[in-house]
Write a protein of this length. Structure first.
Length: 231
């Protein structure tokens, strides 16, 4: 699933909070309320009837697709620039300290190459080592507990979900997999670094979501970063 090319943009952050929400229509309405944009004004900007917009926001229609969300967010941002200019204040204090590194590969990398480079041990039966990986994100799992939620969590997926999420400072591996479980986005691979053993719940959740779960035996997160940067 391709995402916004630049996750730092407000449009990507808002879209992320929408797609991660259990009630996308309500989340869209919340953003309209936060930016103090009237429904009639937004409908006019989108060139649709206010009743159609109301149906999506209230959940009377099926969850909005990506085309509608993109159109909604773009119109919302355009109106904010013309009217209240409130958008920037929502992202000035965005905490991304949990993201230690994030990169897209120039070419696809096979899962097997990544696993071998990280001295990894596969923990699930989802061991499709021919799967294509297009990027990686290194995440401090301790900091992630405090700072990654909503659109912040969305940012760890960078430009694509076909990537490896590498979690450092891991206890037993349960928290990262629980967070991913409740997300609509699933990475191709999760790499855990730190534990001597991994909680059975973590492996069960990865198995259920079709994620390749790997335990890296590299010495440190610095070594992980160096190895990945050379791929």
């Amino acid at each position: 699933m391709a995402l916004e090319s630049d996750p730092n943009q407000p449009s990507a952050k808002i879209a992320g909070s929408v797609v991660l929400s259990d009630s996308p229509g309500l989340e869209l309405k919340r953003w309209r309320g936060r930016l103090r944009v009237k429904q009639v004004s937004l409908a006019e900007q989108m060139n649709i009837a206010p009743s159609v917009l109301s149906d999506y926001e209230s959940g009377r229609r099926l969850s909005p697709g990506t085309t509608f969300v993109r159109k909604y967010v773009e119109a919302l941002i355009d109106l904010d620039k013309k009217q209240n200019k409130l958008l920037d204040r929502f992202f000035d204090t965005l905490d991304i300290s949990a993201i230690l590194d994030i990169r897209e590969f120039k070419h696809e990398i096979k899962a097997k190459t990544l696993i071998e480079s990280l001295k990894g041990k596969i923990l699930t039966r989802n061991d499709n080592q021919s799967a294509s990986i297009y990027g990686y994100t290194i995440i401090d799992s301790i900091k992630a507990i405090y700072s990654l939620s909503g659109w912040n969590f969305y940012r760890i997926f960078g430009g694509t979900t076909e990537r490896a999420l590498v979690f450092t400072n891991v206890g037993q591996g349960r928290s990262p997999l629980v967070a991913i479980r409740v997300s609509q986005f699933k990475p191709r691979m999760v790499v855990l670094h730190g534990p001597s053993g991994v909680d059975k719940l973590a492996t069960d959740l990865a198995q259920r979501d079709g994620i390749i779960l790997v335990l890296s035996k590299l010495e440190s997160e610095d070594e992980i970063a160096k190895v990945l940067s050379r791929i």
